[in-house]
Design a protein around this ligand. Structure first.
Ligand code: GDP
Ligand code: ADP
Length: 225
């Protein structure tokens, strides 16, 4: 042991109870350009117990987007086939494109004991809330102002001027859904937003109703007190 390594005090026992918990579905929505994709990536980077739900979409890939990582890029026929086979947990049409959540990954991830992160719009949030009301945690991301939203859409430099204009035109109606969410983050300074998103995840994981194994844990403890 080097001189710098602190010695572990002998009298401290680290208790790590493994209490079974229901997995949660962490949904992030925002008007296009507010920063939900950036926030989602950062949340995945700081927490290894949550997995991204990779959606299917009929939209064309943006420069730098990778099939199977950012989205599964499919044509309309494939999308409709997945829908009719019941392979999508929810779906919606957004900006003339079709988006949907593949059911299999969500179910496999939950069964593996991990939480699932969704970057989906208010329509998807409503559908998941109806199907799994006790498991969703809904976070709405707002830009600090309309001007900043437009700047971010332009600075992302991945969409044509026409697309940016259409997304700006849709922003007000998207934003009108904020009251349907459990939390709102105004994404001004990214590090603060990441910390807020992570704090929400941490607190939601501790909710008593999600800790299925808590009764047994407490009963076992009481038995030896
Ligand atoms: N309902 C639903 N919405 C989705 C899904 N995947 C993406 N979206 C939403 O579709 C909208 C457009 O996404 P995208 O084309 O990636 O543009 P961005 O919002 O600028 O990143 C966003 O509001 C996404 O949250 C999905 O599987 N289901
Ligand atoms: N807090 C922030 N401060 C400055 N720029 C940001 C912030 N959050 C996101 N951005 C930038 O804004 C642009 C849009 O973010 P993105 O995550 O793609 O938005 P969305 O997924 O909501 O459409 C990107 O260029 C991103 O780097």
């Amino acid at each position: 042991m080097s001189a710098e390594t602190p010695k572990k005090p002998e009298n401290i026992v680290i208790i790590e109870p493994h209490i079974a918990r229901r997995g949660l579905l962490y949904i992030i929505s925002s008007p296009s350009g507010a920063g939900k994709t950036t926030l989602a990536r950062r949340l995945l980077a700081v927490d290894s117990n949550i997995e991204m739900s990779v959606s299917v979409t009929t939209r064309a890939p943006r420069p730098g987007e990778r099939d199977g990582v950012d989205y599964h890029f499919v044509d309309r026929d494939k999308f409709e086939m997945m829908k009719s086979r019941g392979e999508l947990l929810e779906w919606a049409r957004v900006f003339d494109n079709h988006y949907g959540t593949p059911r299999a990954l969500v179910e496999d991830t939950i069964h593996a004991g991990k939480d699932v992160l969704f970057d989906i719009d208010w329509q998807g949030a409503q559908q998941l809330s109806e199907k799994l009301p006790n498991d969703v945690v809904r976070v709405f991301v707002l830009p600090p102002s309309g001007g900043v939203l437009e700047d971010r859409l332009k600075s992302r430099a991945q969409d044509s001027a026409e697309t940016v204009a259409r997304r700006m035109a849709a922003a007000s109606s998207e934003i009108s859904h904020w009251p349907e969410y459990d939390y709102v983050i105004v994404n001004t300074e990214l590090e603060r937003s990441v910390a807020a998103a992570h704090a929400i995840l941490t607190a939601e994981r501790l909710k008593r109703a999600r800790l299925l194994g808590l009764s047994d844990f407490v009963r076992d403890m009481q038995a030896v007190l």
